[in-house]
Write a protein that binds this ligand. Sequence first.
Ligand code: 4AZ
Length: 246
Amino acid sequence: IYGGLKVSPGAMPWQVSLQVKQKNSNLPYRHICGGVLIESCWVLTAGHCIEQNKDMRVVMGSLALDKLDPAAQIVEVENVIRHENYRETPAAVYNDIALLRLKGTDGFCANETQFVKTACLPDSQLPDGIGCTISGWGATETSDYGSNHLLEANVLLINQQKCSEPRVYGANIDNTMFCAGHLQGGVDSCQGDSGGPLTCKQTDTHVIYGLVSWGDQCGKKNKPGVYTRVTHFLDWIRSKTRASPV
Ligand code: 4AZ
């Protein structure tokens, strides 16, 4: 996150860290992406976060990556469902969404606490210009390696036509995505934040409106962050989470 501040305990209880097992290293797992807990056994993340045939785990309820907080819950990933039309080109990522089914017993994977809670899905589109919150452990203006502590920042929803202007992203923006940020630059998501939440307030509840997806570098003028448009995938999410009950 560029231009961010440290998240306070319990302020982003749906944020998770998606990690993969690594060999020949001090740490057994490395953070690759963010994600969002939407049900006890389901995490939403970006399609481009899926590394095939790797052991993945999800860490919930911890703000720090190096020393897990006492409130941390660690759950293995049982199954990965990437969108059937996920596509990556040099210019953009399309249908950048995946569901992770967590390992658990009797429908319980994450235990709801003050520090671990599910996020609500949005029920409709939100107006351009409103302020929303992004968060993650990704690269910052002072570290390409990312932040050990979870950071958050405020971004504005940017009009689709505006983001499709030639000086911004031109024809690379489609209706599976939207832009958010600040066109003057400075405040943005970045590498390592991918898959994590963009939440907005919809009638007094926080809803998961976007997932960090892509962008032309980070924090640059006229190059805002691009987010997976969660409202476009509501039926897909419902069909997958219902079709494979836990
Ligand atoms: C990335 O490389 C990435 N500024 C994620 C977000 C943004 C740019 C790049 C948005 O994963």
